[in-house]
Write a protein that binds this ligand. Sequence first.
Ligand code: GLU
Length: 381
Amino acid sequence: MQQNISTDRKNFFSKVKRVVIKVGSAVLTGAGEGLDQKRIEQLAGEISAIMDKGHEVILVSSGAIAAGLAKLGMKKTKGMPLPLKQAAAAVGQSGLMWMYEKTFGSHGKKVAQILLTREDLSNRARFLNARNTLKVLLEHGVVPIINENDTVAVDEIKFGDNDNLSGMVVHLADADLLIILSDIDGLYTADPRLRPSAELIPVVEKITAEMEKGAGDALSSVGTGGMRSKVMTAKKVGAYGVPMVIINGRKQGNIGGLFEGKEGGTIFLPKTDRNRSRQHWIAYTACSTGGVVVDDGGRDALENKGKSLLPGGIVGIEGSFKAGDCVNCSDLKGNVFARGLTKYSSVDLERIKGLKTSQIASILGHKDYDEVIHRDDLVIL
Ligand code: GLU
């Protein structure tokens, strides 16, 4: 796969069936002054053109807060209270969708609005509902347009930013490619706005620790432009076996050009070993509500012997959780080394931790499972 993308771009991109395209506020708004209708028209035109060639597109669009603030005659300021931003998003979201309705409509395309919070994707049932809805929309040739449900999203249930959201949508929709439309051409060796000598990195084969931390001159400066969250998103989708591309969303023809195999932007190549979908969901999407502390023998059994987690290996319980929740497994030093779906609640585990499986029934009055986390529901991080 790696070889294909870097040496035969046209072949790779023409074969992409389903793509998630993320567009940020900086691309959609003219100098922070509300939505730039011309750019949205251009975007709808380019996306419609690739859809007409057979690609399925899911759009993750920001711009609600920026649009809403402009309508309210306000400007975004540092430290603006969250409820004001949420109110602005509520005002702006309808205007954003109205513009997409109009512009996609002129190309004969229908759009659908989907607003999500992190909780919607960390809850397996809601995740599957959202996945089914997306599937049917795509079958009907509709463009799903996704944003965070800002009205209800406070810190604990926020995706953080729409780069992160778009990465999760790749998994939700089981997409083949993520395109991030940025206001610069891609990932550079340094911030091109500050250093004219900075060079565009056309292909990232491996995300280095420096890139990840956003440390060092090259990335901390670019990071202020939001590059760090893009690199982290590339890592997540890469772990799922999906490549990510950053291109400049302000330049006309860039989306079409990509699918024609033209050079440009930065491509992040995925890891070849594609995680199974459910495991990826456990590792990256499911929110951990608490955790278990595992002794050295238990850690070894999980990490090196491919075993399930039994009550005997558990020495402590952190937080409170229900059976079926996703929990962290940490070692005696507090390092989280695995995540999995627990079959027992925190209350039950407090009573059976450290015990043999044969003792579960007599303590709890029932024994539904031998293991606390089954191997199939466990991901080593
Ligand atoms: N949901 C926010 C909005 O529509 C954007 C968040 C982001 O850009 O990361 O304005």
